[in-house]
Unconditional design. Structure first.
Length: 318
């Protein structure tokens, strides 16, 4: 005959369960069966540990998927099978699309009108984008540090949310310690044709030469392939990297037109070119030119790079 529990004992069982104590331990403590523990939970509308964990995973998966994480990445971060994550997302009302890269076909040219925002993203693509040889319509963009910045590109381009997630091999880990980078690919023949007309070529890193450069374009290039380094307390060095000798020379000449002193260095070891802007007056001129339109039109930029100019500026960054 099953042991009869007092009201006090039942309350203790409920409290222990709410504290996370497992059914088996509770059953042994009160000398009852696990079936009896389950019956008490059911009578008191208590959720099982599995149900609680499932709800927590669904909640986290929903938040991550809305932020653009792939099903694979969500599975890794929640230690849950990819197919299970897909099932949970469908329960939450999502239409789940599989694939390592999220693609979307866009009919119009995303660079029209070619305003300062379009110019910025063209510059960013010149640094961190690509035109795959295997496609006549695809444009790709990726980052290892700023996945939220790609979301800004997605919103600007009118594409659906969602990022592909890749894992670096070997020692190729990005500076923030992550071994993942994030990718977005859109299909737009009109946009791709515009980029090619502007000087892009498939696998363009060593042959890139733009039709012309503007400061919004240069800001995009620096956000993608540049750095702002603190040399000393009141000294900053801006470096723009490129594998293209043509683009490097183009940037250098463009800066010189605005009396921004710069030097171009090259490395035969990794076939890279480095444009250095070091003199304080030139760094200040560069800053004011780069971010001038941002203040007027709420343009795009990476705050972490803009803020690094602060040691040389005679005013605070707003």
């Amino acid at each position: 005959m099953p042991k009869k529990l007092t009201e006090e004992e039942v309350n203790k069982i409920i409290n222990l369960y709410n504290l996370g104590v497992r059914d088996k331990v509770i059953a042994e403590k009160f000398n009852i069966t696990r079936t009896r523990v389950c019956q008490i939970k059911k009578e008191n509308n208590l959720k099982s540990q599995y149900e609680i964990e499932k709800e927590e995973i669904i909640k986290k998966a929903t938040q991550m998927y809305e932020q653009g994480y792939s099903v694979t990445e969500i599975g890794k971060q929640t230690s849950t099978n990819r197919d299970t994550i897909s099932k949970y997302l469908k329960i939450a009302g999502f239409t789940v699309k599989h694939g390592s890269v999220i693609r979307q076909k866009i009919k119009s040219n995303i660079f029209e009108p070619f305003d300062s925002k379009a110019q910025y993203w063209l510059g960013f693509l010149a640094a961190d984008g690509n035109l795959p040889k295997s496609s006549s319509t695809s444009i790709g963009i990726c980052t290892g540090v700023d996945p939220l910045h790609i979301h800004s590109f997605i919103d600007w381009a009118g594409a659906h949310k969602g990022l592909g997630t890749y894992q670096y091999n070997g020692k190729n880990t990005v500076k923030n310690g992550s071994n993942y980078y994030y990718s977005k690919r859109i299909n737009s023949k009109e946009s791709r044709d515009f980029l090619i007309d502007f000087g892009f070529t498939p696998n363009k890193s060593k042959t890139l030469k733009l039709k012309y450069i503007t400061f919004p374009i240069l800001r995009g290039i620096i956000d993608g392939d540049g750095s702002v380094k603190h040399v000393s307390k009141n000294s900053v060095c801006v470096v723009v990297y490129s594998a293209s000798p043509y683009l490097s020379q183009q940037i250098s000449e463009f800066l010189s037109e605005y009396s921004i002193e710069n030097k171009v260095y090259s490395s035969s070891k990794n076939e890279m070119y480095y444009i250095h802007i070091e003199r304080k007056n030139s760094v200040i001129k560069l800053y004011e030119r780069l971010y001038e339109d941002c203040m007027k039109e709420h343009g795009y930029y990476l705050s972490r790079k803009r803020n690094k100019f602060s040691p040389v500026l005679p005013y605070d960054i707003v």
